[in-house]
Each structure stands twice: as C-alpha cells, then as structure tokens.
Design a binder for this molecule. Structure first.
Ligand code: NDP
Length: 483
C-alpha cells in the first residue's frame, strides 16, 4: 500500500514513489511513500492559509481536546509506533519506544498549554485607559524536520503550532516518512479540520523552496544541518517570515580530575554512542583532565567494546545501525581524516552481521587536538574524540573553543567547579553528572551561535515563536474618566 500526502484534508498521490528502507536490513521495505512535487507543496501552503481563517478563532479548549486525543493515541500505540521508528531509523527498540512516549507526552503538555495561553492586563500610565497584551497565532507555519528523531521533533514543533492556533505544512526528512505519516494520520483522525495540518513528503530540494519562500508562509521552524539551515533562513527572511533554526553541535563533556570515574564512563558512553551517536546533543568531544585521562580512556574503551551492534529491533542490541549509506560514508570519512591527522582510532570499522545493513562499530578517537577536523565539524555518528588537557581551566577553554553552542557537560564531585562551569560554558544547555543528550520535554531546548537561531523550542517558552503579541489600548469611558 502506498502512503499518501495529506493536503487540505485529502490523502493524495504524488509525482512518484519512494521506498522507505530499513537500515538494519536494506532488503526490508518498511513502506512506500508518494512523493509530493512543488505544485503540491504550493497547494498545501494555500490550504493552510485558507484553514487559518477559521482555525485561529477556535477556542484553546477545542484545540486542547484534539491535541489530548492525539497524545493519548500515541501513548496507547507506543510499542507499535516504537517498532516502526526503530525499523525505519535504526535506533534500538528501547530508545524508539522512549521517543514515542516523549512525543505523546509533548502532545499532552501542549494540550494543557492551549488552555493556559492568556495575556496580561496592565494599568495604563494615562488615566482611564486599559492596556491589554494578548497573544495571537503567527499564522501558517512550515515545519521541516530531520531524520534522527522521526516523531519527537515533529511533535515538539507541530503540537505548539496547533495549540496556539496556527496551521501547519509538515515536511519530514527523506529517510523517515513512516513515523511522519503515522503522526499525520493520528492528528487527522483526532478531529483537525481540513487544511490545518498538511503533510508533504518529498525531497527538500523539490518542495523546500515553496515551504520557505512562499509569501503565504508566516513562520518556518527547522531542525537539521547548519548548511541547509542557512539556506532556509535566507529564503524565509526574503519575505520577512519568522524563523527558528535548530542545527548541529560539537558538544563537549569535561571529565574533571575529581570525578567518579565509573559515573564519567557511564555518562560518556550514553552521551557519545546512545542513538548511534546521531543526536545533535551527543558528547562528541570528551575533554579529559590528564590526571584521570588514562584510566578514563581505558575504562571507556572497555565499555565501548561491550556495546552490541546489531539489528535495531533484536533483543540484546545496544547500538543500532547508522541511518543510511550516505551517513555511514560520512562517518568512515571522518574516522579516516582523524587517523591521518594523528588520532589513535579504537573501533570505527564496519560490522558484518550476515545481513545487509549500515553497521558501524562505535569509534573512540584518542590523542586528538581541539583544532583537528573531527573536533571542529559535526560527524553525526557513533564517533567520539578524546582531548587531553592539563586542568579545569584548559578544559573550559577547549569546551568553549567551537563555533557551536548547543549542549555541554561536566562530570565532577565539586559543587564549586560545577557552578563555575554552568556560569562560564557557552552553551544553551548544561549538564552536570548526566549525559549531554537526554532532555526533559517541558523546559526550553536550544543553543547559540551556529547551533540555534530564534526563540527556544519546547515547554512554555515555545509560545515565543508560535505566537505574536498585540497591545490594545481602550478608553471605555470615552474621555469622561472612571469616577
Ligand atoms: P538536513 O539539513 O540535510 O535536512 C533537514 C531537513 O531539511 C530535511 O527534512 C531535509 O529534507 C530538509 N531540506 C533539505 N534541503 C532543503 C531545502 N533546500 N529547503 C528546505 N528544506 C530542505 O539534516 P538531516 O536530516 O541530515 O539531519 C541531520 C542534521 O540535523 C545534523 O547535522 C544534526 O546536527 C541536525 N540536527 C540538529 C538538531 C538540533 O536540535 N540542534 C536535532 C537533530 C538534528 P530531505 O531529507 O528531503 O533532504
């Protein structure tokens, strides 16, 4: 059965079809998806614009009921949707079910936000006047998402967009149309009127320009690579649309000399290699103080060797495959560049399982310098490098010596060191004694510099991007004063 696109409340075919391939076994076609073309993207934007005229006037309670129903269905179907996610993206079943649960919780959270979205009433500086500050929907929002969190990232963009009365055109990344289709289907059946949510599955090069450049689009929220983010920003700003970008990271994890080494190893292992290292918040630079360096590296490497690389859905697998052949090539290329620049590479070779899949043994690159290519550019795979430093001051300087600013972590027993690090590290999210990856859904997510642009995502802070502010002045007594 071919999975269709959702445009103006109708499930429609496209200009072609594309198979959704399982990275754990490339012989397995998970589903087949109709590919939208530029005209259909234009229709989707037009439908969202038309639907806005009535949707924006629905009550928060009406929107809340729909979001709550969708969140409930996602949570009820967590095992089935988790299986789909693991099958199409390649993270382990445990990680995939966890991501689905998070998506369900996000819809439930924004069901609550929809009825909490009030404004402020302020006394005027002029006698007799009332000042009201209210929030209004931004309008038509294009939602463009990456492949590494196929349901959670769409959830944390679509749920607040709908909660605050916006309409949406949603374009998922090419490798993961299955979860996107399932989410659109759930929302469609949860009671959304036609045109409020439109799903456009198709290559970013084909449908992207319409979603970013159309004058009918009022806001674009994007998560993906820094290069595509720059293109999206330019296209959206050409017609003054509001823009929110979440992009890459080169996140440092500092291992301080007073740390609990067992904890440091657990934190580094999960932060670097969890979800096959394909997380913008992954701990890709392990900045280790020299007094604990050798013991930490030795223990982390033993833990790394204990990871079981295999089919994402097989029992016992602790690290699934890389998402596709292009990403696997990129990972191997960076490992070879690191080798040429003098790193000692532990692991990092392809794994043959007898099944055609994109399997890579996690790689630890020891003896790297912060100036090495692998420490400047995002790899986006199970590849972590170790940078040895003399003390905490050098560790902090190295942590901050990057163009990115998403997440940063430290493992330390010292409250003083932790407090200093939280204050001085340049990152949007700081973790003390927990992995750099793994965040709560009800608090802000995002960073600075090359990692993020625009207002924060998630939690109550999401309101900044998905609403616009109106200030109204009323003289109800028509100049006669209150008394
Ligand atoms: P890409 O930047 O390649 O793609 C992201 C999305 O943009 C995809 O849906 C893609 O579509 C689309 N796109 C591509 N070209 C255009 C265009 N010209 N106009 C509009 N949209 C376009 O990233 P990946 O999907 O490869 O994801 C991995 C990247 O995302 C990593 O660099 C990672 O760091 C980053 N990321 C950042 C996160 C954060 O919150 N900071 C979180 C997760 C990932 P298509 O797939 O069809 O090309």
């Amino acid at each position: 059965m071919i999975r269709l696109n959702l445009i103006d409340g109708e499930w429609v075919g496209g200009a072609g079809e594309r198979p959704n391939i399982n990275p754990s076994d490339t012989r397995d076609v998970v589903s087949t998806h109709a590919q939208a073309n530029g005209d259909q993207a234009r229709q989707a934007v037009g439908a969202a614009s038309a639907a806005l005229k009535t949707w924006r006037w629905t009550t928060g309670f009406q929107r809340s009921e729909i979001l709550d129903r969708a969140g409930g269905e996602i949570l009820r179907r967590q095992d089935e949707l988790g299986d789909l996610l693991a099958r199409e993206e390649g993270k382990t079943l445990r990680e995939a079910v966890g991501e689905v649960v998070r998506a369900g919780q996000i819809f439930k959270f924004f069901a609550g936000e929809a009825v909490r979205s009030g404004g402020d009433h302020v006394d005027s500086i002029r006698p007799g006047l009332d000042v009201d500050i209210s929030r209004e929907p931004v309008g038509v929002v294009s939602v463009i998402t990456p492949w590494n969190f196929p349901i959670a990232i769409p959830a944390w963009k679509i749920a607040p967009a709908l909660a605050f009365g916006n309409t949406v055109v949603f374009k998922p990344a090419e490798p993961v149309p299955g979860c996107a289709w399932a989410l659109a289907d759930i929302l469609d059946r949860s009671g959304l009127p036609a045109g409020v949510l439109n799903l456009v599955v198709g290559s970013g090069r084909v449908v992207g320009d319409e979603l970013t450049g159309s004058p009918l689009v009022d806001a674009v929220t994007f998560t993906g690579s820094t290069d595509v983010g720059a293109h999206v920003l330019a296209a959206a700003q050409s017609h003054r649309a509001k823009v929110q970008l979440e992009m890459g990271g080169k996140n440092p994890l500092v291992v301080a000399d007073d740390c609990d080494i067992d904890l440091a190893v657990r934190v580094a292992l999960e932060g670097a290699f969890g979800s096959t290292g394909q997380r913008c918040t992954a701990s890709s630079r392990l900045v280790v103080v020299e007094s604990v360096h050798d013991e930490f590296v030795d223990r982390l490497d033993r833990a790394r060797q204990g990871l079981v690389v295999g089919d994402a859905r097989a029992e016992g697998t602790t690290i699934g495959p890389v998402v596709d052949a292009a990403q696997l090539d990129q990972d191997l290329r960076y490992i070879s560049v690191a080798l040429n620049e003098g790193a000692h590479v532990l692991g990092g070779e392809r794994v043959e399982t007898g099944v055609p899949g994109h399997y890579l043994r996690p790689a630890l690159l020891v003896g790297t310098k912060n100036a090495d290519t692998v420490n400047r550019e995002e790899v986006f795979g199970p590849v972590a490098s170790v940078i040895k430093v003399t003390d905490y001051d050098e560790a902090l300087a190295v942590a901050n010596d990057t163009e990115f600013g998403l997440a940063a972590g430290i493992v330390t027993r010292s409250l003083r060191t932790a407090t200093h690090f939280k204050a001085h590290v340049r990152a949007g999210m700081v973790m003390v004694n927990v992995p750099t990856a793994g965040v709560d859904f009800h608090v802000p997510f995002g960073g600075s510099r090359a990692s993020s642009y625009g207002p924060r995502e998630q939690g109550s802070y999401a309101r900044e991007f998905y609403t616009t502010v109106k200030t109204s002045y009323t003289d109800a007594f028509e100049g006669r004063g209150r008394a």
